[in-house]
Design a protein around this ligand. Structure first.
Ligand code: SAM
Length: 450
């Protein structure tokens, strides 16, 4: 891998840059694979890949390095949302949140640049049950990928939106925490994606830096006084990292918040932020800085004009065979039923009026002639009723199911049942006396053959 001389000279003054080691690690061909386990689904916190030792990533509780890269596509637990494949350095976000935010509180958090959902699924596991996460992506097609990953993770307290950062300005003083994992020139991922080297230019670094300032300035009013802003990039360029820290401190009433970092982790402290260099630790290039806002108000009023339609008593009787009712409000939009957390009901209504919502709570299913056709998101969540029938599948059948192929079952007709692998639901089957209909969503099916 040949790194352009113009790129290397542009980062030579960056804190922690060691040219020889940096070039060596890029030409070594080494690839690092890491995953983050979903603690809501994988109670033991353990996933074993055959012949593949795991090692904990030191700055995060549920993150692990794998010795080699298994085929995630053909692992049913990947599709069950038991873990997320995520770059190790970026899991450092956990330290910022754990050290600078009281996570036991009822918080409102915005992940502004969220697709495909690595940080959002991570943030969601760190928040208290009553907290609310708005997971936003400005690009529509990417917002759909984000939605699929949020559904797979099995979250109830997340609202996925498709808005421009400037749309959040009207939500004045609303969020306790805003995470801006900004679009950047991407040099931090060169080792993983050498083709990206072709696209790097000093001009693009400048454009990214200006865009990062614009994004922060646009969303700034939505952070409440004393609220925490976490800013991160996967770029090595100072223009996108330390210079943004300086710009923020000069433009706004804000204080830079420092973090406790174990020296053995190999992270470089740099002018108010933290740099990750692949020659110093097992992870890709990353930068993160943390701030506390010192202007604006600490509270906001949430007013809504119109509430969505709630299910009638009769409809609730239909739904309760499928869902644990406790702590939820059920709303309907045409025939579609959503479960929203009761504690966040007013906020969900408020956001529905203010933003372009792509997904919210859990889509329970479609009401049709006094029956419910269960939705895939219900199968992925933790809120389906204990009485729902479950059908264990072998590894081979689980893959066939995920490919949306027919599977032969010896079980007599049980009607709607959760197809599961190793105790983890994959989706719905409708088991009739002579066949089982596969309801795995067509758009998610595995297209490859083993
Ligand atoms: N946080 C994500 C994760 O952990 O999976 C990765 C986010 S990626 C670094 C940056 C995201 O910002 C991309 O999804 C990109 O589409 C989005 N983006 C691009 N231009 C943007 C803009 N002008 N405002 C806000 N977001 C933008």
């Amino acid at each position: 891998m040949q790194l352009p001389a113009s790129f290397l000279s542009s980062i030579e003054n960056a804190n922690g840059f060691a040219k020889d080691a940096f070039e060596k690690v890029h030409s070594s061909g080494e690839q690092i694979t890491s995953i983050r386990i979903n603690p809501f689904k994988q109670e033991t916190g353990v996933i074993n890949f055959p012949n593949n030792h795991r090692k904990r990533i030191p700055w995060t509780q549920c993150g692990y390095y794998l010795e080699s890269r298994p085929s995630f596509t053909f692992d049913p637990l990947f599709h069950a949302g038991c873990y997320y494949v995520q770059e190790a350095s970026s899991m450092f976000l956990e330290q910022a949140l754990k050290q600078k935010v009281d996570l036991s509180k009822h918080l409102k958090v915005l992940d502004l640049c969220a697709a495909p959902g690595g940080k959002s699924t991570h943030i969601q596991t760190l928040l208290s049950e009553n907290s609310l996460l708005v997971s936003n992506e400005v690009i529509r097609s990417r917002a759909n990928i984000l939605k699929d990953n949020i559904i797979k993770w099995g979250c109830e307290n997340v609202v996925v939106t498709n808005n421009d950062p400037r749309d959040f300005a009207k939500l004045k003083n609303y969020f306790d925490v805003i995470v801006v994992d900004a679009p950047c020139s991407g040099s931090g991922l060169f080792r993983r994606d050498p083709e990206a080297i072709e696209e790097w230019s000093e001009n693009n670094v400048q454009l990214c830096s200006q865009r990062q300032q614009r994004i922060i300035a646009d969303v700034w009013p939505a952070l409440k006084r004393d609220g925490i802003l976490v800013y991160s990039t996967c770029s090595y360029s100072k223009e996108e990292d330390e210079d943004i820290v300086k710009w923020l401190l000069s433009e706004f009433q804000v204080v830079n918040r420092t973090l406790q970092v174990d020296p053995s982790w190999g992270i470089v402290e740099s002018e108010g932020g933290y740099r990750f260099w692949p020659d110093k630790l097992r992870g890709e290039g990353f930068f993160l800085a943390c701030f506390q806002k010192k202007e604006g108000e600490t509270e906001t009023t949430v007013r809504t004009r119109k509430k969505p339609e709630l299910l009638s008593k009769k409809e609730i009787e239909v739904v309760e065979k499928w869902v644990k009712l406790q702590g939820k409000n059920f709303i309907r939009y045409q025939n579609t039923v959503y479960a929203w957390p009761e504690v966040n009901f007013s906020d969900f209504c408020f956001l529905l009026e203010q933003l372009r919502i792509v997904y919210s709570g859990v889509l329970v299913g479609e009401l049709m002639r006094e029956k419910l056709v269960p939705g895939h998101s219900l199968a992925m969540s933790n809120i389906f009723a204990d009485s729902v029938s479950r059908v264990p599948l072998s590894g081979e059948d689980a893959i066939k199911y995920l490919q949306r192929k027919d599977i032969q079952l010896n079980t007599p007709g049980k009607g709607w049942s959760l197809a599961e692998y190793d105790g983890h639901p994959l989706g719905w089957l409708n088991i009739l006396p002579n066949r089982a209909n596969n309801y795995y969503p067509k758009e998610l099916r595995i297209l490859k053959d083993i």
